[in-house]
Design a protein around this ligand. Structure first.
Ligand code: FES
Ligand code: FES
Length: 161
C-alpha cells in the first residue's frame, strides 16, 4: 500500500474475483468504499456502528461488518459482497435460492448481510446445527421476518452446499 501526497493511499485488492486498484482517503470506511466507490449497492447501511449486520461482507472469507473496517485495511485482501455470491452453475447461490423459497425475504434490507453471514457460517461449519445457525446470525437484525424463515432457509441451504 502506497501513501500518496495529499494523504491518500493506493490499495490493491480483489473484489468478487476481479482485481481492483484505487486511490482512497484513509478515513473512508469499507462500507463507503463498497457502496460509493465501487457502486455495489447490495451491501446496506443500517446502524453504521456495528450493531445490525446489514453491511456484512466477507474479507478473506471471514464475516466483517464493513461499517467498522477502514477501506485501506482491504489492501492485499479479497472482498466478497452479495453481488459476488454464485452457485456452482454460475446462477443463484443455494442461500439466495432458499431465502426466496422459504419466504425469508420481506423488505429485504437485512437480506444481503444475513446471506453473507450464513455463507461465512456454513463455510466454516458445513455441519452447523440449529443452535450454531441461531448463534451465527445473532449479529444480523431483521425487523420483518421474526427470524424463523431465515433460519429455515439456512438449514435448507446447508443440504444443498
Ligand atoms: S451498518 Fe454496519 S453493522 Fe449496522
Ligand atoms: S426482511 Fe426486512 S429487515 Fe429483514
Amino acid at each position: 500500500m502506497e501513501n500518496r501526497r495529499g494523504g491518500t493511499f493506493n490499495i490493491r485488492c480483489a473484489v468478487n474475483g476481479g482485481k481492483v486498484e484505487r486511490e482512497i482517503d484513509p478515513s473512508r470506511t469499507l462500507l463507503e468504499f463498497i457502496r460509493e466507490d465501487l457502486g455495489l449497492k447490495g451491501t446496506k447501511e443500517g446502524c453504521g456502528e456495528g450493531e445490525c449486520g446489514a453491511c456484512l461482507v466477507l474479507v478473506d472469507g471471514k464475516a466483517v461488518n464493513s461499517c467498522l473496517m477502514m477501506a485501506v485495511q482491504l489492501h492485499g485482501k479479497h472482498l466478497t459482497t452479495i453481488e459476488g455470491l454464485k452457485g456452482r452453475d454460475g446462477g443463484l447461490h443455494p442461500l439466495q435460492r432458499t431465502f426466496m423459497e422459504e419466504g425469508a425475504v420481506q423488505c429485504g434490507f437485512c437480506t444481503p448481510g444475513a446471506i453473507m453471514a450464513s455463507e461465512a457460517l456454513l463455510r466454516e461449519n458445513p455441519g452447523a446445527t440449529l443452535e450454531d445457525i441461531k448463534l451465527g446470525l445473532t449479529g444480523n437484525l431483521c425487523r420483518c421476518t421474526g427470524y424463523e424463515k431465515i433460519i429455515s432457509a439456512v438449514e435448507k441451504a446447508k443440504q444443498l452446499l
